[in-house]
Design a protein around this ligand. Structure first.
Ligand code: HPA
Length: 286
């Protein structure tokens, strides 16, 4: 299993080997790292002057066990911004260690990205959120029961006790709200709760996380945000609310419903990403 394979070597040395392998293919320094969640993977195919590196060609890069979803790192420009995107991410529920879950993101940051845009599909825990809405993540609850910083701290990556007071960058949140406003749609704002999965929540769990202050529930992102902040990268998080959380609608939850909604919203989601990138290109991120 991936979870144990790399336990003995330090993150920093793994990252150095992966950086060297990537640099054999691409010389450009990315400014923005993107993690493309359900339905958004196609965005990577629209980058200009693309360089594609399958995860299998990057030493120690964890791959999803799902056939055909092993994943690729895609370099290229969008709206004039040098980007690197993960087309496919691995999840804790697949059995990957918390370190492996964030390895790809750490790699993109090590390659030079100072801004991480994390996207995901999520269920609405707040009854006011409707399927198909996009939600700006203002803060999160890490309910996975683990941390991407578990174990000895590697000081060359970041501090032992990184601050999480403003995990989701304020300026980037403003850019996202402005981009949504320009595109004439309402961007919801809320708190994302990251759970282990892979089962969807029970109705009681959805009510619990809502009472705890979460508006959306999902199975990713929180470990990535912690790792990015650990390394000093700025984070923008956006959820596609693909369904009402369990118990908040008539039906039962099904992965195909999640994918259908993500596909339906994709155009708006990509428009929002492009609007944010265009603002970054204009220097509005600071
Ligand atoms: N719960 C957890 N993860 C999800 C959901 C959900 O309802 N929808 C999409 N990802």
């Amino acid at each position: 299993m991936h979870s144990m394979t790399h336990a003995s070597s330090s993150q920093a040395s793994r990252l150095a080997a992966a950086v060297a392998a990537v640099h054999a293919h691409v010389a450009s320094v990315p400014r923005v790292a993107l993690v493309l969640g359900s339905g958004l993977g196609d965005f990577a195919d629209t980058l200009e002057d693309r360089v594609v590196i399958p995860y299998g060609e990057i030493p120690t890069m964890p791959q999803s066990g799902v056939q055909g979803h092993a994943g690729k790192l895609v370099f290229g420009r969008a709206e004039g911004v040098e980007c690197v995107a993960m087309q496919g991410r691995v999840h804790l529920y697949e059995g990957h260690s918390p370190h492996d879950v964030v390895f790809g993101l750490r790699l993109m940051i090590r390659l030079g990205a100072k801004i991480a845009i994390l996207t995901n599909a999520a269920g609405g825990a707040n009854p006011r959120l409707e399927a198909g809405e996009l939600m700006l993540i203002e803060d999160h609850l890490n309910l996975t029961g683990t941390s991407s910083l578990l174990g000895p701290n590697e000081a060359e990556l970041g501090p032992r006790f990184p601050d999480m007071s403003v995990a989701y960058d304020l300026r980037l949140r403003e850019l996202a709200l402005a981009a949504a406003s320009d595109a004439r749609f309402q961007l919801a704002r809320g708190i994302y709760a990251g759970l282990l999965g892979p089962s969807y929540e029970t109705p009681a769990e959805v009510r619990m996380v809502f009472k705890l202050g979460a508006d959306a529930v999902g199975m990713s992102t929180v470990l990535e945000t912690v790792a990015a902040r650990h390394m000093g990268a700025r984070v923008l998080g956006i959820s596609c609310i693909t369904n009402k959380g369990a118990g908040l609608s008539e039906g039962v939850l099904d992965h195909s419903e999640v994918q259908e909604t993500a596909d339906r919203v994709k155009g708006r989601f990509v428009g929002l990403l492009r609007g944010v990138l265009a603002r970054i290109a204009r220097g509005e991120a600071g």
